[in-house]
Design a protein around this ligand. Sequence first.
Ligand SMILES: Cc1cc2nc3c(=O)[nH]c(=O)nc-3n(C[C@H](O)[C@H](O)[C@H](O)COP(=O)(O)OP(=O)(O)OC[C@H]3O[C@@H](n4cnc5c(N)ncnc54)[C@H](O)[C@@H]3O)c2cc1C
Length: 423
Amino acid sequence: MAVHVAPLLTHGHAAQANDAHMVEQTTCCVVGGGPAGAVLALLLARKGIAVTLLEAHKDWAREFRGNTINPAVVQIMAELGLAAQLLALPHAKIRNFTVQTNSGPLTFADFSRLKTRYPFIMMLPQARFLEFIVREAQRYPNFQLRMGARVERLIQEAGVTRGVRYRVDGQSHELRALLTIGADGRFSRVRRLAALTPVATATPMDVLWFNLPRKADDPQEGGAVFRFGRRNLVVMMDHGEYWQIGYIIAKGSYPHVRAAGLEQLRQQLAELLPELHDRIDVIQDWQQGALLSVESSCLEQWYRPGLLLIGDAAHVMSPIGGVGINHAIQDAVVAANVLAAPLKSGNVRLRDLAAVQRRRREPTRVIQFFQRCMQRWGVDGVLQSNKPFRLPAFLRLGLRLPVVRAIPAWLIAFGAWPVHVKQ
Ligand SMILES: Cc1cc2nc3c(=O)[nH]c(=O)nc-3n(C[C@H](O)[C@H](O)[C@H](O)COP(=O)(O)OP(=O)(O)OC[C@H]3O[C@@H](n4cnc5c(N)ncnc54)[C@H](O)[C@@H]3O)c2cc1C
C-alpha cells in the first residue's frame, strides 16, 4: 500500500516554502498512465503489490492517439476476466486491412481467418480504454493514482534509482519505491534522466492525421483501406463514430504540404478518398490535424538498478500495422509476470529486470523488421516516385495465398509471439 510518510523539507532549505515536499512510499512507482503503465499498474495491483501510477495529464483525453485494441490485448483482458466488459464498450471492428491497387482491392491482413475468439481489431478511443483499466485497478486498495503528476527527477542513491520527484499543482512530492518503471512514452523523461539512448532506424515518412465525420449511409464496418497516390498515400479507418484519415507523406515534407495550402490538401484527399469527397470541406484549419513524426527505435538496454523502461519509452514502433499499443501492453504483461514475485519478496535484482528485456526485445525487433519490409515494399516507392504505384510482383502473388496472407494478420494481431498473463 502507498504509505504517506510525512511532509518534509529538503535539506538546507527549510526556510523556503516552495522547496517543501511531501514524501510518500510505495513498492512500485509507475511513471506514465498510457497503455503500458496503466495495464502494468492493474496487473501488479491484482497481485496485492503496492503500486502508484503517476500521470502528467489531469485526464485521459488526447487528440490523435492510437485507438486500436488488437486481438492479443482482448485475449489478455479475457485472461483477466475482463473481455466481456471491454467488448461491451461502444466500439467499431476492423476485420481486414485492404490495399486498393490498379487491379482492384487486395487484402493484406485478414484477421477474420485467425484462430482466435477475437478475430478483429477493436477500434476504441484510447481514453475509454485507459479509463476502463484504471477503474478496474481502483478496485484494489493497494493501487494509488496521481493525476497531473509530472515526474521531474529520479531519486538516485549509490547508483540505484529509489523513486522519483514529481510535481502536482506546483507542489513538489517525493515518491520512494523499490522499483521505478518508466512508461512515459516516446519522449520519455525517465529515459533521459537515466541516460539511456535508443537506437533509431530510418523511417522515411510522416503521417498527418485528420478525422472526418461519418454519415448515416456510409458502409457499416468500413475496415481499414490504403490508397496510393503520387508521392503520397492515405489510410482510411472506420472508427464507428467517425473516419480517421492518415495522410502519409515523405519525412520532413510537412512544411511543403503546408506551404502548398489547405485547398491542395483537400483536393488530394478528395482524389484519394472519393467516397468522402462530400465532407473534405470540414478540414478548414491545420490545427484540426496532428502531425506524427514517424520513428522506429529501440533501447539497447531497458534497465538500470531500480529502474525499468517499457512501452514507447523503451521502443517506438512505426505506425505500420498499428502495433504500438499491443507491444506496450505485452511489455506490461511480461514485466508483471517476471517482477511480481521479486517485488513481493522486496528484492528486485538486476537479472530480474534483464529477464524482462530478454523476453521483449527480440519480439520487438522482429516486428520492427517486418515494418521495415512493409515500408520498403509498400511505402517508399510511392513517396519517392511520381509513377503510379504497383506492389512488387512477389507480394501481389504471395498475398493471394491464404497461408501468406495469414502472416501479416498474425504479426499485427499477436506480435512475434503471444504473451499470456501468469495467474
Ligand atoms: C498520432 C498517433 C497515432 C497512433 N496510432 C496508433 C494506432 O493506430 N495503433 C497503435 O497500436 N498505436 C498507435 N500509436 C502509438 C501508440 O499510441 C503508442 O505506441 C502507445 O500509446 C504507447 O503506449 P505507452 O504507454 O508506452 O506510452 P504513451 O501512450 O505515450 O503514454 C505515456 C504516458 O506518460 C505520460 N507522461 C509523459 N511524461 C511524463 C512525466 N514526466 N511524468 C508523468 N507522466 C508522464 C503521458 O502523459 C502519457 O499518458 C499512435 C501514436 C500517435 C502519436
